[in-house]
Design a protein around this ligand. Structure first.
Ligand code: FAD
Length: 397
């Protein structure tokens, strides 16, 4: 594989670096900057996404006619790497950009593409993903939320859960059952639902980080125009797979760059921490642990490159995305655990404490990392996919 970039690609990187320098909020990356909380945080992130869009840096690989830049996959990779390098805030409409948009590009009608894609990019409309239900998580195809077609409208009744961003979302990628008599994968449809429709109730759920990032969503006789069907009636499983593959498979250059930064920060923390009265970085056991993390981050990097090469050769994200998802989510948990071990009893302090180390970011990330091996499919499910669909092993019973 050739790891070098063309002069045009290098120019793109330099322009982006200059743009980021100019446009990142004042004091970004230093203690002088504090991320606003609550509604102000949402407003800040919305504004940041709009800036990225106006700068021409969102929807890089999307077609130009829908507001994208029509750039190459390599430029997209460079963008993700540079954003991770300066630890820039991510765009607010992350589910719209990473899942709804790519799914609409593949399965949408011309009218749907024109209607939804530009507003995903500009952050005028925020998206959420309504797949999981109380009785259907890993086995998504077991969903029971019903949509009955009456005339030119669907009438939706049921409940979704763990719906990230539903409390601020304008639209939902909703997986519903439209034929209860068909085998479970064949009676599903994928509809685009206006979250401001009458009959929708959103109840936030608080996580152990203290944040309420996801929600329960209830649908009671919600009317959705038939025109909002994405793909064909009762063929929603195919459309849902596109969303799921994008959810698991798009991690690439940005992910490996972000993990390298977590690793470098961990080494800095080890230099500042003490074990048995001497710098932790000199402790043989800590050194072994750091060396193992370094190897694991390198493995992540080469797997990202392999995935990326497949995409460059015209492939869409496939089941191999599960290898990356499994690896990064479990590696993140291991590295966050090392960070807390390095802090000793200080690891019990949270960000409100004046004695907390590095603003409590490791504590927050440690708690948030527990969800990594559940969201976008649990580790067990990723192992099943790798075994059956990548390695071709026989299905378990
Ligand atoms: C932070 C976060 C954000 C999320 N955001 C969203 C969202 O925006 N939209 C959305 O739709 N969902 C979202 N989810 C839900 C997520 O997709 C589900 O939690 C996940 O798919 C697991 O489903 P479940 O929680 O129902 O667990 P279950 O499916 O009930 O699984 C319970 C346990 O059984 C194991 N298990 C289940 N089946 C098998 C099997 N066949 N073989 C081996 N082991 C198995 C699982 O690995 C797990 O350990 C989010 C979850 C989290 C943590």
């Amino acid at each position: 594989m050739d790891f070098s970039f063309s002069p045009e690609e290098e120019r793109f990187r330099q322009e982006l670096r200059a743009w980021l320098k100019e446009n990142l909020p004042p004091g970004w990356g230093t203690p002088a900057f504090t991320m606003p909380k609550g509604d102000e945080r949402i407003a800040f992130l919305r504004d940041w996404q709009r800036r990225l869009y106006e700068g021409g840096y969102l929807g890089l690989s999307w077609p130009k006619e829908y507001g994208g830049r029509g750039a190459s996959m390599v430029e997209l990779a460079i963008f993700n790497e540079e954003m991770a390098r300066v630890e820039a805030p991510g765009p607010l409409n992350i589910l719209g950009l990473s899942m709804a948009g790519p799914t609409i590009i593949v399965h949408g009608t011309e009218e749907q593409k024109k209607r939804y894609l530009p507003k995903i990019l500009s952050c005028e409309e925020i998206w959420c993903q309504g797949f999981s239900e109380p009785g259907a998580g890993s086995d998504v195809a077991a969903i029971r939320t019903r949509a009955e077609l009456k005339g030119d409208e669907f009438i939706v009744n049921g409940q979704k859960v763990w719906t990230s961003l539903a409390h601020i979302a304008d639209w939902c990628m909703l997986l519903v059952r439209t034929d209860p008599d068909a085998p479970k994968h064949r009676g599903l449809s994928y509809i685009l639902v206006d979250m401001h429709s009458p009959g929708i109730t959103v109840r936030p759920l608080r996580q152990m980080t203290g944040e309420a990032e996801f929600n329960e969503v209830f649908f009671e006789d919600v009317r959705v125009p038939r025109a909002n069907l994405l793909g064909e009636l009762n063929q929603g499983w195919r459309v849902a797979l596109t969303t799921l593959m994008n959810e698991r498979g798009t991690a690439s250059f940005g992910t490996q760059a972000r993990f390298r930064i977590i690793y470098d920060n961990l080494v800095e923390l080890a230099k500042k921490s003490t074990v048995n009265g001497r710098p932790a970085i000199q402790d043989p056991l800590i050194r072994q642990q750091l060396a193992q993390h370094f190897i694991d981050v390198e493995l992540l990097k080469y797997n990202c490159f392999r995935n990326f090469t497949r995409l460059l050769r015209g492939g869409t994200p496939g089941p191999e995305g599960s290898i990356l998802k499994l690896w990064w989510s479990e590696l993140n948990q291991r590295m966050q655990e090392t960070a807390l071990a390095l802090q000793g009893p200080y690891s019990q302090l949270m960000r409100e404490s004046p004695w907390v180390i590095e603003g409590g970011r490791w504590q927050y990330n440690f708690l948030r990392s527990r969800g990594n091996t559940i969201e976008a499919g649990t580790s067990e499910i990723q192992r099943n996919i790798i075994a059956e669909r990548v390695l071709g092993m026989p299905k378990g019973r």
